[in-house]
Design a protein around this ligand. Structure first.
Ligand SMILES: *[C@@H]1O[C@H](CO)[C@@H](O)[C@H](O)[C@H]1NC(C)=O
Length: 291
């Protein structure tokens, strides 16, 4: 009894002494983010702002769009600073047209640039992976050419995977949460399973802006990861979209953060659950801090 009372007293004292922890301190899961506007890499002040925001929000992974106009030294400085702050940077590439053999810049030219970059990079300044966002359902006539486009998508994924493997870095893809409704070229296998088998991990675009709606579409995606034995990242959207139930746009960053905590708590019993990625850095950092 005495011990309990003194425990309570010391708990009360520590509550008084400790300031309320920031919401991010309660996050049980790594976060990631997409950096499409990677031109900020050439701007020292913008990089400082980026690092401040991502580090304070618990970001551990950055998917930075390959842009060959950015100087190699700027890339090296950026990736080294991210690495110094515990963040892995993956080379983000993607174009639906690669699936039909067109698209500028070409898939090959992007892979060539990554290869050349990696050859000159040190451990800290190299990409840790290639992250592809191909999205062939954005092509005209997707509905009528699905089987053909999926075959092309698989070829792209295989090419990227073999390039990553030869560089000794990871390979991942952005997939829609409904990938389990698309047949792969392997009989009896949907594309989510096919991709998970090929890749090191996948980021599923489980875009919803309430916890219950999010968890409903996240559950089958995590189950697919459990089945294949590969890590799965879930993802939230923060940019303005015509569909009002998909994005956290219009809500605050602190509401998003507390929803991410709930999502992580509900999902972490899945062996596959690896983290949550926020799309994208621009949208996220533009959210008002509090409501
Ligand atoms: C896996 O995650 C889903 C979605 O968050 C959740 O509904 C389910 O309970 C989790 N499974 C386990 C075994 O924790």
């Amino acid at each position: 009894m005495l011990m309990r009372i003194s425990l309570l007293l010391s708990l009360a004292a520590s509550c008084l002494a400790t300031p309320t922890p920031a919401i991010r301190d309660e996050v049980q899961t790594p976060l990631g983010t997409w950096l499409w506007e990677s031109t900020i890499i050439s701007d020292t002040a913008k990089v400082a702002t980026f690092l401040d925001y991502t580090v304070s929000n618990g970001v551990q992974r950055v998917f930075a769009q390959v842009n060959t106009d950015i100087q190699t030294s700027d890339w090296q400085n950026f990736i080294s600073q991210c690495a110094g702050n515990g963040m892995k940077v993956e080379a983000l590439i993607g174009n639906p047209q690669w699936v039909i053999g067109t698209g500028t810049p070409s898939l090959q030219s992007q892979l060539d640039w990554i290869q050349t970059y990696q050859a000159a990079a040190t451990t800290n300044s190299g990409f840790t992976g290639i992250h592809m966002d191909v999205e062939p359902w954005g092509l005209d006539d997707w509905e009528t050419n699905k089987a053909k486009y999926i075959e092309g998508w698989e070829e792209v994924a295989q090419k990227v995977a073999s390039s990553a493997s030869s560089l000794g870095i990871t390979v991942a893809a952005d997939l829609p949460f409904w990938a389990n409704t698309l047949d792969s070229t392997t009989a009896g296998q949907t594309i989510d399973i096919w991709m998970l088998k090929l890749l090191d991990y996948a980021t599923f675009m489980t875009y919803r802006n309430t916890v219950p709606a999010f968890l409903e579409i996240a559950a089958p995606v995590l189950a697919a990861g459990n089945e294949v034995g590969k890590p799965v990242w879930l993802a939230v959207e923060t940019i303005s979209l015509p569909e009002e139930d998909l994005s956290y746009y219009g809500q605050s960053a602190s509401k998003l953060q507390s929803d991410l905590n709930e999502i992580a708590a509900a999902s972490q019993g899945n062996a596959s659950f690896a983290g949550i990625a926020v799309h994208d850095y621009d949208g996220w950092s533009a959210l008002p801090r509090t409501a």
